[in-house]
Ligand binder design. Structure first.
Ligand SMILES: Nc1ncnc2c1ncn2[C@@H]1O[C@H](COP(=O)(O)OP(=O)(O)OP(=O)(O)O)[C@@H](O)[C@H]1O
Length: 253
């Protein structure tokens, strides 16, 4: 069981965005995807979430080769993606956001509010460290809680892998801590999680493994508990790889 991406390449016209990228994530594992602006993180993730189709390479999900033509096809295979904007409706309450687009109704078409509130509350309070009231309007909840609601919208419905695009960016330290806790709970529940982040300390706090991209390729990959901040930062800057690839010093004798 795993997502295995092999030899993934994608160009936008003449711009080669990623080339020959191998990437895996297993159930119960949090993988941090780190890299500078333009390193290719979004492009790789869009290939996995069905937003883009790779030009080359193979995607295998739980042993089955897949080609996702749309985000719905990726979702049907158990892969959910949460983008930075989260796409929540501020004018609806928490429960209605969780059920947006798949409202539970009676046969006569009436909304089953109680059922939706109970179900939303169960999902949210399974992952959240703080109680979230499902009758609260989303415009009145904190940044951390917004992440929780967006997650609940995806997680109550059968996904096994979750891709999070910069889930802690633009959050206060307290809200970021809350999100980190939620992501850790996802691991406990057996989800495979990919977390794109610019924030190296957050990657260290949250992940099991850190994959660094640089200029469209994998610059390196480290088990988080065995890595140092310095090592990851130099991979992000491309310094490590340049050091690895540079020829041995010339013999000056
Ligand atoms: N729609 C597009 N058209 C042309 N080039 C693009 C497009 N999207 C991305 N690129 C280019 O592809 C490369 C990889 O970009 P990508 O957005 O995947 O990187 P990223 O690591 O996600 O960056 P960021 O952290 O800024 O989101 C960059 O050189 C970028 O300029």
């Amino acid at each position: 069981m795993a997502i295995e991406m092999t030899g993934i390449s994608k160009s936008y016209g003449a711009v080669k965005a990623i080339e020959g990228v191998d990437f895996t994530v297993e159930p119960g594992e949090i993988v941090g995807l780190v890299g500078d602006n333009g390193a290719g993180k979004s492009t790789l993730i869009k290939c996995l979430s069905g937003v883009l189709q790779p030009d080359e390479g193979e995607i295998v999900v739980d042993g089955q080769r897949r080609q996702f033509r749309t985000p719905n096809e990726a979702r049907a295979a158990g892969i959910e993606t949460l983008y930075q904007d989260l796409a929540l409706s501020d004018g609806l309450n928490v429960a209605m956001n969780v059920f947006l687009g798949r409202e539970v109704t009676t046969r006569g078409g009436w909304l089953k509010f109680r059922e939706m509130h109970e179900h939303a509350s169960r999902i949210i309070n399974r992952f959240s460290i703080r109680e979230v009231e499902t009758t609260t309007y989303v415009k009145n909840i904190s940044g951390g809680q917004r992440q929780v609601v967006a997650l609940a919208r995806t997680l109550g419905f059968g996904s096994r892998y979750v891709i999070l695009d910069e889930p802690t960016s633009a959050l206060s330290p307290a809200a970021a801590d809350e999100v980190i806790e939620v992501v850790r709970n996802l691991r406990e529940e057996g989800f495979g999680v990919v977390m794109i982040t610019h924030n190296v300390p957050h990657a260290f706090e949250t992940t099991d493994r850190i994959v660094v991209m640089h200029l469209g390729e994998i610059a390196g990959e480290r088990v988080t508990r065995e890595a140092t901040h310095q090592e990851i930062v130099s991979l992000v800057m491309g310094a490590q790889r340049i050091a690895d690839e540079s020829p041995p010093p010339a013999d000056r004798s």
